[in-house]
Write a protein that binds this ligand. Structure first.
Ligand SMILES: [Zn+2]
Length: 364
């Protein structure tokens, strides 16, 4: 099956735009020109302040903006500069030197072309908002910054790597933490008694850290340790970074509190101090089969004859930020196979299905 030539061409045009996180402006301009040509107004919000990039999110309110979103992100995980797409019999791949950029130009082009089809077909388009975000691949800065209207209730992100029809309706959340352990420097050989060894403090604290899988739904890791200056100096400062993933926000807070407590106790034991900071990189969400976006995607599947299945994910995306804002958002599979790799590809049939799903959400 080959998709509409115009859809393929749009995708190929979009992947050639080199725009990694923080440098989305050329994609933003492309999108704004594209929707303007179809008769829609688009504007850019102030997300660049937060992302410290060159572009804000692009927002396209349709028929008043409505109560739901179709969204995709503008950045790619690495550069697509010089991408040489290979159009094979059933798929498009890169030539292996760069990524292809399906994540997430596949999502962006599906939404844009669905809008164009709806206009060309003179369909009644539901009031809704198209949202194209910045920095999904790095900090989710765009979706975190985005300010939904009070009417906005639910959304569909076109950004999961799974095949179309599969979607994420449940994810864990992730805490990123940083603990600075402060001791006291001294000569390690001449006067170790005068020093407080920050590594010793951390070592004691780490004996009770819940490394790895805590339970079916929870994991924890200390993944980076930096510190020390020379072998003959008692280290006075080390910095430890790690993460906690959990499906329950309260449980994440509890684990974090215990970790801090253990580090504080170890520091007190040896006469040192700690400073800890943590943030939720993304918060968990669960969307039930009775919720509107779930029901709507089931309906779309029935109309298009696609099997629809919800999945749980241990990763975060823009959908997490939306759910955190009270906009119930599921993350739809776009069929980005081997995502982030230079062997990334998309099947033509998946490309077409993505667009059909967007079209049905817009018009049906
Ligand atoms: Zn993505």
């Amino acid at each position: 099956m080959t998709p509409d030539k115009e859809l393929t061409d749009l995708f190929l045009e979009m992947i050639k735009i080199d725009a990694t996180s923080g440098k989305e402006l050329p994609v933003a301009q492309f999108i704004m020109d594209y929707v303007k040509a179809l008769g829609f107004e688009a504007y850019m919000d102030g997300a660049a302040e937060r992302s410290e990039g060159n572009s804000g999110n692009v927002i396209v309110p349709i028929n008043g903006g409505g109560d739901f979103l179709l969204m995709a992100h503008m950045d790619t995980p690495s550069s697509t500069k010089g991408v040489k797409p290979q159009l094979l019999e059933d798929r498009i791949t890169s030539d292996g030197t760069t990524i292809l950029g399906v994540d997430d130009r596949g999502g962006v082009s599906a939404i844009l072309y669905a809008l164009k089809r709806a206009v060309n077909d003179k369909k009644q388009i539901h009031p809704c908002t198209l949202l194209f975000t910045v920095c999904e691949e790095t900090t989710l800065a765009g979706s975190i910054y985005y300010k939904p209207t009070p009417e906005m209730k639910y959304g569909f992100a076109f950004d999961s790597h799974m095949t179309p029809g599969k979607f994420v309706n449940e994810t864990c959340g992730a805490i990123a933490f940083k603990i600075t352990v402060l001791g006291k420097a001294s000569h390690a050989g001449i006067s170790p008694e005068k020093g407080v060894n920050a590594i010793q403090i951390a070592t004691k604290a780490m004996t009770t850290f819940p490394f790895g899988r805590i339970d079916e739904k929870t994991t924890a890791s200390i993944s980076i340790i930096n510190g020390g200056t020379a072998t003959n100096v008692v280290p006075d400062r080390i910095v430890i970074e790690g993460e906690i993933r959990t499906e329950q926000q309260a449980q994440g807070e509890e684990i974090m509190a215990k970790v801090i407590q253990d580090f504080e106790a170890a520091a007190a034991h040896f006469g040192g101090k700690i400073a800890c900071s943590y943030i939720w990189d993304f918060t968990p969400y669960q969307i039930s089969p009775e919720a509107i976006p779930y029901l709507r995607i089931l309906d779309v599947g029935e109309k298009l004859g696609i099997e629809i299945t919800g999945f749980k994910s241990m990763g975060g995306s823009d959908a997490n930020s939306m759910n955190d804002k009270g906009v119930q958002t599921i993350n739809l599979g776009v069929g980005a196979q081997n995502p982030h790799g230079t062997n990334e590809f998309i099947l033509y049939k998946d490309m077409q299905t993505n667009c059909d799903i967007a079209y049905t959400l817009l018009t049906d």
